[in-house]
Design a protein around this ligand. Sequence first.
Ligand SMILES: Cc1cc2nc3c(=O)[nH]c(=O)nc-3n(C[C@H](O)[C@H](O)[C@H](O)COP(=O)(O)OP(=O)(O)OC[C@H]3O[C@@H](n4cnc5c(N)ncnc54)[C@H](O)[C@@H]3O)c2cc1C
Length: 451
Amino acid sequence: MAATNSIISMAIKHNYVIRGVLWTGFYLLLVILPLGMLLLGKVPPGTVFGWDFAVALGFSALAIMFTMFLLTARFKWTTRAFGIDIIYYFHRWIALVAFVLLLAHPLILVSEEPLLLEYLKPDAPWHMLAGNVALAAVFLLVITSVWRKALHFHYDAWRFLHAVFAVLAVGLAMIHIVGVNYYIGTPWKRELWLVLAVSVVLLLLHVRIVRPLLIMRHRYHVVDVSPERGDTWTMTVTPDGHPGMAFMPGQFVWLNLWHSPFAMREHPFSVASSALEPQHMQFTIKRLGDFTSTINKVKPGQYLYLDGPFGAFSIDRYPDASGYVFVAGGIGIAPILSMLRTLADRGDRRSLWLFYAYRNLERLTAYEELQVLQQRLRLHMVIVLNDPPTDWMGERGFITREVLQRHLPGDHAALEYFLCGPTPMTVSVERSLGTMEVPLRRVHTELFDMV
Ligand SMILES: Cc1cc2nc3c(=O)[nH]c(=O)nc-3n(C[C@H](O)[C@H](O)[C@H](O)COP(=O)(O)OP(=O)(O)OC[C@H]3O[C@@H](n4cnc5c(N)ncnc54)[C@H](O)[C@@H]3O)c2cc1C
């Protein structure tokens, strides 16, 4: 039995690694292949190196921009291989790379031929104007994304504009390259780039029309909303005439409560309930802003839509671990609750540790539930309070290396770690674990503020 379990878990791990490698290879192919194709067959007569280099940079930037639509299309296979936070971080960094390449494209060309500056004038040919506006759109995309919070840009408005600018940038860049007609003079080369552009349009149709239609057919409704400690509510939902979704404990969904799935108004929330009870999914939601402040107004019977499950933050990816360590800060307890509840429902007898940091005991979300789980599991719970009562006998301050070392066993490097909470906490605990010689591959994080 143990041997069978070990083979299954090896297969699961290998599956994720293979998927990750395949996706990385596929991504590189998507960026490099269309570029390589341009060099096949008839090519323009050789000019100076800088000129061709600048053109290659422009095409590379556009190829990367195409892939960004794929990265953010929320395909489950990609998020399962890497985790959605990694995908979003990659999206952010690769977007900056595309921007730098795109900016270098005209700068190098102008340094080779200063007369090209004439194309900045309003009476420039339409395809050159299209190129200029595409560059401006990408510039705005970068500025509004990198400094969204500093600019006090509301998330929903930013997201809508982000989509509009992205489509505009790619559409205008296509008009530019077709108009310039350099390196894509041969019909099949032009067609290849047009196929890529059409694929982006099909992807958009899938994400904005087909998927919302599918989500609409699998509606849920609210059964209960109960207050929790710490300005938080737990909302229980049940599928409306369908079996619900199978998910791994720790995964999250995009939740759409007040709008149709066609509106771009969904929010990501971890499932907090047991994976063994898909008919009663729970979300533990902390009041933060516009949307989360409406949860306490939700009445039983209210319809909602879920898109998911997504993410790679789950014990089920590491089923043969000798034990698990959970580190939660504030509402970061939500996905960890799902993992603990699932382990309890499975009758798991492995050793577990929970380090849970919050400001004070009054705000400690799910405190009572965790005490119940302690009875059902071999769970060693360490509460770390920043502002403890005077008679508090437990840990105080932050989750430091000393706190971890005081409670973890000698063989702590062999355990699997799941961290979810504010970014400073996650980064600091990751560092502490590194100094305690816990291999990085055993430390898994979920960041709620990835966007
Ligand atoms: C994978 C994941 C799982 C999460 N799980 C939970 C959970 O279980 N419980 C919980 O309380 N919170 C969770 N969150 C955080 C939650 O999604 C945000 O707190 C919520 O979307 C904020 O919306 P708001 O309108 O109330 O706040 P606002 O004040 O409008 O936004 C605050 C910040 O939240 C982010 N945000 C806002 N809207 C969205 C959106 N539609 N999509 C993505 N990010 C957005 C933005 O960074 C924004 O600056 C999770 C986040 C992620 C990424």
